[in-house]
Design a protein around this ligand. Sequence first.
Ligand SMILES: C[S@@+](CC[C@H](N)C(=O)[O-])C[C@H]1O[C@@H](n2cnc3c(N)ncnc32)[C@H](O)[C@@H]1O
Length: 252
Amino acid sequence: MNGLQATLQARLAEGPLPAAEAMALALYHPEGYYRRAEGPWGFQGADYYTALDLGPLLGEALAARLEQAWERLGRPDPFVVLEPGAGRGWLGRDLLQAAAGGFGRALRYLHRDDNPAAAAAAREALAPWLGSGQAALVGQDQSLEPFQGAVVSNELFDALPAQPWRWDGERWRYEALEGGQPVWLPGHRLVHRPGGGRAGARGRGALVRRPAGPGGGAGREPAGRLVPGHRLRRDRGPAGGQGGRSAALPRA
Ligand SMILES: C[S@@+](CC[C@H](N)C(=O)[O-])C[C@H]1O[C@@H](n2cnc3c(N)ncnc32)[C@H](O)[C@@H]1O
């Protein structure tokens, strides 16, 4: 039995394990999917590829979009672009390569992704800009000064632990594992403490960093550091990968 299995079993012995917490363990435990030394990306026999594997178009389009935002904000210098879930840093690389003129000089790109394989790949992809400080890798728990600019992400939100809920006609129920079986339990049994963890649970770290019930979400902390600026996220559409969506949220 490996460490992740032992943690899972110990946690299940305490009582029902909400689906989002099970997902968080599978993803972020030291032996979890996003903590492996080898990256899961690529075309041949790998788990996934993203738009960035297909070419620089997304970075170029983003550069044009962000330059407009920079103009609207009065050309702030620096104009900081923070990317949570940045993976290999390829979007930042393509963005920095495409940005030109005054915008290119003002642009600072912050890569944020605690996946060790992603960080190693990003150091390579961003090498031309790391020395000058035009690009930097910032840890997930590293606090940021308020900045003007944008928070962007690609294929992050569909990678986060999610808590399925359903309405049974009388009350909300959440999906959990109990005794190794999936069950739907009344929502009032799921009471989150700020910072993660469930009321009544003993001796566990806060692996789920965000409350996972209805209204919980990701990406608020980075946006919270954003003084006038934009948040732009892009994720896949419905199953089959068609119809990606994006949202720009003006905060000026
Ligand atoms: C599907 S990959 C996308 C990577 C990259 N944005 C791209 O388009 O190639 C999702 C990335 O999000 C990161 N990630 C997963 N959960 C995260 C979280 N809670 N906070 C920040 N990053 C996370 C993973 O380490 C992984 O690199």
